[in-house]
Design a protein around this ligand. Structure first.
Ligand SMILES: [Zn+2]
Length: 228
């Protein structure tokens, strides 16, 4: 831990709570993509997570963030001067640039790779391609989404010829056939482009739905997804 950081939090605690003894404190720096700081009380211990972007911040800024987090925790009014001091630092040129760069690097790295921690989308695509499409489908750009979105499990983006699958599924608790079903569904979007029927966009046509039923464990996969 950074020298003096614990003392800053302990002093701030005593100031806010009229000299009462601070509980055990654990302060860590985390690589948040955004400037993000959190505080929690767990079993009598205060757990503080600070963005690693604050690691090199001057003591006055760390004092300000300690005040803001502890005041929030104990429902005390936040001192305006401290809030302004913290915000000014975060908004300052250097840190904005750093945040931007870090976000860009993390974003790019994740966007490009079909390889997750547990599942490789390229090999899943090729395996499904051989099993269901005679290996005839040209592989689009396969990638995991940047966040673990629950709202959109997967989607085919015709403009970029890309299939993006929610990172939620790159997890050992997800059975392979469930992920395969999601990818298979998106592959069907590639095979059955969206057509206009009257004025209505027909995303899942009758042919699409019939072909989707060819996936052997479709009911089981859907049941799993419902519980997600
Ligand atoms: Zn769909």
């Amino acid at each position: 831990m950074r020298e003096g950081l614990l003392e800053i939090f302990q002093d701030t605690y005593r100031e806010l709570r009229q000299g009462s003894l601070p509980p055990e404190l654990k302060i860590d720096f985390y690589a948040f993509a955004n400037v993000n700081n959190t505080i929690r009380l767990r079993e009598g211990r205060l757990l503080v997570r600070l963005s690693d972007l604050l690691e090199g911040a001057p003591d006055t800024v760390l004092r300000a963030i300690a005040h803001i987090l502890l005041a929030k925790m104990y429902r005390r009014p936040i001192d305006r001067g401290q809030a302004v001091h913290y915000r000014k630092y975060v908004a300052s040129h250097e840190i904005v640039r750093k945040t931007h760069l870090v976000r860009q690097m993390r974003g790019r790295k994740q966007l490009r790779s079909p390889r997750g921690h547990f599942y490789d989308l390229d090999s899943i695509f090729e395996e499904l391609n051989a099993r269901f499409f005679h290996g005839l489908m040209a592989r689009p750009q396969m990638s995991w989404s940047q966040t673990k979105t629950r709202r959109i499990l997967g989607h085919y983006d015709p403009a970029h010829n890309a299939i993006v699958i929610s990172r939620l599924f790159d997890h050992p608790g997800i059975p392979a056939f469930v992920l395969e079903y999601i990818v298979y569904h998106e592959m069907l979007h590639l095979k059955h482009p969206v057509r206009l029927r009257g004025s209505r966009r027909c995303v899942h046509s009758a042919e699409f739905q019939a072909e989707e039923k060819l996936f052997p464990r479709v009911a089981e996969a859907n049941a799993f997804l419902k519980k997600l």
